[in-house]
Design a protein around this ligand. Sequence first.
Ligand code: ADP
Ligand code: MG
Length: 162
Amino acid sequence: MEYTFKSKSKEATLKLGQSLGHVLKGGDILCLAGDLGAGKTALAQGIAAGLGIAADVTSPTFTLIQEYTVPSQDSLLRLVHMDLYRLQHPEEVEVIGVEDAFQTDTICLIEWPEIAEDYLPEDRLDIQIQGSGEDIRVFSFHYPKESWQSRLEQVFSEQMKD
Ligand SMILES: Nc1ncnc2c1ncn2[C@@H]1O[C@H](COP(=O)(O)OP(=O)(O)O)[C@@H](O)[C@H]1O
Ligand SMILES: [Mg+2]
């Protein structure tokens, strides 16, 4: 299945991320692909805000993996934000423990996911961002229908409200 969404500003991308954050649950894996400066981290910042995370979410380009606790009443949920830009070989995906984040108590966001292709489960949300610099960004969502369709409908109906 596929959805597309156009964003004309960083603020619009943050808002899209926030709406996404409202529908996420433990076990979700989101792959954020696109050029340098496309808005992967901006979307991740919106998602974190939508989950109620107050911490400043920055690009984990050097740390590779950043972890945040999601404030939720019922269970302890964590957000793991990765940036695989600096990896050179697919085997490094195992070394840095990418798969350790594929857990039911974890929401996992992966920037530059391409190198981890062989390790990613099929049940995931792939978000491809086209454009950078002054361009309008086009977000394309690819996903298995059963796990994402109704939640994405909720995200896009929330976006249409404003
Ligand atoms: N529509 C848009 N969505 C997101 N970012 C945008 C948009 N238009 C311009 N920008 C700018 O593009 C840059 C995106 O940076 P960032 O989110 O760090 O990208 P990435 O993580 O993909 O490398 C920011 O400087 C932001 O202000
Ligand atoms: Mg980034």
